[in-house]
Write a protein of this length. Structure first.
Length: 160
């Protein structure tokens, strides 16, 4: 029996060994979210350190996730098209109406989109059904790089 080789697209917590986590998950008899969470309660679990075990902090972080999901799903009409109503900015940190974004903020947004497309590509590159999507994403990444180059920005577009 050949041994699977596990790796991360991005480690959920520094120092977590993908091989150890993958083998641990493979040994579980039931792998639902609830079953994995229950197994992770054991301090010997390799994913235990990546979990938030303080109930108050975990609840707050979950509500933050809910806010991000709401913002990500909200669209605003701009003529014949819709676009995300708000976008994350680092100057100052927070969300701004996407229609009020500066050229630099839009460039940051484009670079973030390109990084996320690269992460999607790494995650699904071996899945046959994703081939067409990946081809179109490659074209979009090329357009994003061209747009950033035209704007004279040097933002990183590859996830790393």
């Amino acid at each position: 029996m050949s041994r699977n080789s596990y790796s991360w697209t991005k480690a959920p917590k520094k120092g977590m060994d993908a091989q150890e986590v993958g083998e641990w998950l493979a040994k579980l008899k039931v792998r639902t979210t609830d079953a994995i969470l229950d197994a992770a309660k054991d301090k010997a679990s390799p994913i235990h350190p990546a979990m938030e075990w303080n109930e108050s902090r975990a609840a707050y972080k979950y509500r933050q996730l809910q806010v991000r999901q709401i913002l990500a799903k909200l669209l605003v009409g701009t003529g014949d098209t819709n676009r995300p109503a708000f976008m994350m900015t680092q100057r100052p940190v927070g969300y701004i109406p996407s229609q009020q974004a500066t050229q630099e903020e839009v460039a940051d947004w484009v670079a973030d989109c390109a990084r996320k497309m690269a992460a999607f590509e790494r995650r699904f590159t071996g899945l046959g059904i994703a081939r067409d999507v990946l081809k179109e994403m490659a074209k979009a990444q090329t357009r994003a790089k061209r747009l950033l180059a035209e704007q004279g920005t040097t933002r990183k577009t590859k996830a790393g």
